[in-house]
Ligand binder design. Structure first.
Ligand SMILES: [Zn+2]
Length: 308
């Protein structure tokens, strides 16, 4: 996991949310189920770990003190009363085995506080969600389950209704950019943020996954394509090499948005290109077994010279 995601420090845009959480924790026992929901890539999992730290902390104050034994164990990833439930590496689903493990560990003793962060909660498959629901319905002991979700509508309504819900807002663009510029190459930060719908952690992760050089090349090639200064077939070949269709479409969309902002393209051509990207994204998501090469080449040929 990315070090920023794994940490428990407060991100600059989470201060308001943290005040609400502190008030909740000070008001009494934490809820059995807490659902943190909001856009992806803004630090919900990290916030969940911080809440866990606060609940388990033996020090003074309402947040994790960072100095007690519990905080040290949590920081080292070896706290016996803390669990992260996530899909396995490269997997999309949280299987029932993970939830069974959670239930086994959390129902051993009744009184000790225990906290689990389940993220993304909507990744629990049906069997896992059913098993988890039972735990929520018949709470054993002093356990808190923190669910983090970008798509709470995909959680079973029965799970949702048994959780206290807390909306976690996305940062303002300026705030996200200022933070990202301290973590990634400042020259690329704006671009990374454009490619990640303004979600700073997602932007950072994107930069780490693809490398700054590849992302800078993607931006340059896509801009050159729209300017009519690059060979569409070559650009399409570069897109394909990246192996990330969602990223390519986001880059194209960001470049078109840039043209719109600068007012340099013919509006009819621009809107047609935007429609084309939206339509291609839909095909990408809905049609299995698409011929990627044809898809990219067609898109590149149609969008070439939009700004010219
Ligand atoms: Zn502590």
């Amino acid at each position: 996991m990315n070090a920023v995601v794994a940490g428990t420090g407060l991100l600059p845009w989470q201060e308001g949310t943290w005040s609400r959480i502190e008030a909740m924790l000070e008001a009494g026992r934490p809820p059995h189920g807490l659902l943190l929901h909001g856009p992806g890539g803004i630090g919900k999992r990290r916030l969940g770990a911080r809440i866990a730290g606060a609940i388990l902390c033996g020090g003074p104050g309402s947040g994790p003190c960072g100095a007690c034994r519990s905080c040290h164990l949590l920081g080292a990833g070896s706290h016996p009363d803390f669990l992260r439930i996530e899909p396995g590496e490269g997997e999309a689903v949280i299987p029932i085995g993970s939830v069974r493990n959670l239930i086994d560990r959390f129902t051993l003793t009744a009184e000790r506080a225990r906290v689990a962060v389940i993220a993304p909660a909507e990744a629990m498959n049906q069997a896992a969600a059913n098993a988890f629901l039972k735990t929520l319905e018949e709470p054993a002991g002093n356990a808190t389950f923190i669910l983090a979700s970008d798509a709470p509508g995909r959680l079973p309504a029965t799970v949702r209704s048994r959780c206290r819900k807390m909306a976690v807002p996305a940062p303002a663009r300026g705030e996200a950019l200022a933070w990202l510029e301290t973590k990634a190459n400042p020259a690329l930060a704006r671009h990374l943020l454009d490619l990640s719908d303004g979600s700073p952690l997602a932007a950072l992760e994107l930069g780490e996954r693809h490398g700054e050089e590849a992302l800078a090349a993607l931006r340059a090639d896509t801009a050159a394509l729209l300017d009519g200064a690059a060979d569409p077939i070559e650009v399409a070949g570069g897109w394909r090499k990246l192996g990330d269709g969602g990223l390519v479409l986001s880059a194209l969309f960001a470049a078109l948005r840039n043209l719109a902002r600068r007012g340099v393209a013919d509006p009819d051509r621009l809107y047609a290109a935007v429609d084309d990207v939206v339509d291609t994204r839909r095909q990408w998501l809905e049609v299995p077994g698409l011929n990627e090469q044809l898809l990219y080449e067609g898109l590149a040929l149609r969008c070439a010279g939009t700004a010219a």
